[in-house]
Design a binder for this molecule. Sequence first.
Ligand SMILES: [Mg+2]
Length: 134
Amino acid sequence: MSETERTVEQQVYENIAARKYTDGYTPGVILVRQLVKAVEELAEALSHCRTAVQYTNLNTFIDEMDRVGQRARALFDNRMVWNLVRLTPGQRAALPEEIADVAIPLDVAAVVLGMDMSAAKLEKSAADVKRGVR
Ligand SMILES: [Mg+2]
């Protein structure tokens, strides 16, 4: 496959790898760790969605997600945690469908925002390479 035939996902993966986020991890650990990362980022995105009216169910939920997002960040950064992670073939087999379910609402959000998701992912992940491991 030529450079131009690489999928957006492959190019994003390469940017994440260039940032050293995959170093020393098995593919299964990379997978679970990135799902934890997705929770952190989802909490960040939701933090921009609070309603003006305080104490709504949404705001309470976003506050809870803030705490979960902080836990996700700590977990992501804690190298000791990941040594014990092993996915069974059955667990792994269930994940493509769930990953698609995670991506679909984000695609809908991207359309609502009028953004080119592929371009944004490539641009953001490439720009983050120079930041290295935070
Ligand atoms: Mg972010």
